[in-house]
Design a protein around this ligand. Structure first.
Ligand code: ADP
Ligand code: MG
Length: 222
């Protein structure tokens, strides 16, 4: 049954640079409600893999199915519409610092075509859950609060897949643990698939499944 299809399914993904094959026929499946950590040294291709899953990098071969749609074959327009199925958290939050946390989260929903009332309602609910003040200037938040705001923004369109690229890489240990608690709670509470690219073994250790990117393939780790 298609209802049991994994939220994210990558098959035969290949992506080569001029002088180096970064992704070499890589396969992986991430069911909804579960988390996958991708480790690997800097430069091994973790971010490139996530960019392929986002549809921003077009692979040389292979398919990337997100919520049943192959993002490698979509037109820019179709992809823009499909993006609401994918939430993203980057290392530095990538928020608009002069807006409030509430506006930062709501704007992601508004851009995805959610009506104003629901966009602000969902944003408010998520930020309260994540313990971030709604008002004030985002630029003045602590690093941990900014990343929690980024998590809220990633979740506001109720995505099937959340991709996090070194989400705790810029945080001190205490904020790192708080953000990790929240992040790994997300698949359990919201049923989506979570993929975390990280070089931090403590963070990776919290995922349901751990793989490392090794010579362009994913190798399962204990
Ligand atoms: N579009 C590109 N053009 C040239 N080199 C690239 C491009 N994208 C990534 N790279 C290179 O590919 C390698 C992998 O990058 P990346 O995916 O960012 O690795 P990681 O996230 O594991 O550190 C790096 O050596 C990077 O410089
Ligand atoms: Mg990276």
């Amino acid at each position: 049954m298609t209802s049991r299809a994994p939220a994210l399914r990558i098959e035969g993904l290949r992506y080569a640079l001029k002088d180096r094959v970064l992704l070499d026929g890589l396969d992986v499946e991430v069911p909804g409600g579960t988390s996958l950590a991708v480790t690997g040294p800097s430069g091994s291709g973790k971010s490139t893999l996530l960019m392929c899953a986002l549809g921003l990098v077009k692979p040389d071969a292979g398919t990337v199915s997100v919520a049943g749609g192959d993002v490698t074959r979509m037109s820019a327009r179709a992809l823009a519409a499909h993006r609401r199925h994918i939430g993203v958290v980057f290392q530095f939050g990538e928020l608009l610092s002069e807006l409030s946390p509430l506006e930062n989260v709501a704007i992601a929903a508004l851009l995805a075509g959610v009506d104003r009332r629901k966009a602000y309602g969902s944003a408010r609910e998520l930020l309260r859950w994540l313990g971030v003040p709604l008002q004030g200037t985002t630029g003045l938040l602590s690093g941990g609060e900014r990343q929690r705001t980024a998590v809220a923004r990633a979740l506001v369109t109720e995505p099937a897949v959340v991709l996090a690229d070194e989400p705790t890489g810029a945080l001190d240990h205490r904020s790192r643990d708080t953000v990790a608690d929240i992040l790994f709670d997300v698949p359990r509470r919201r049923g989506c698939a979570l993929v975390v690219a990280t070089h931090d073994p403590v963070i990776a250790g919290r995922a349901d499944v751990r793989v490392s990117l090794d010579a362009g393939r994913l190798v399962e780790r204990p």
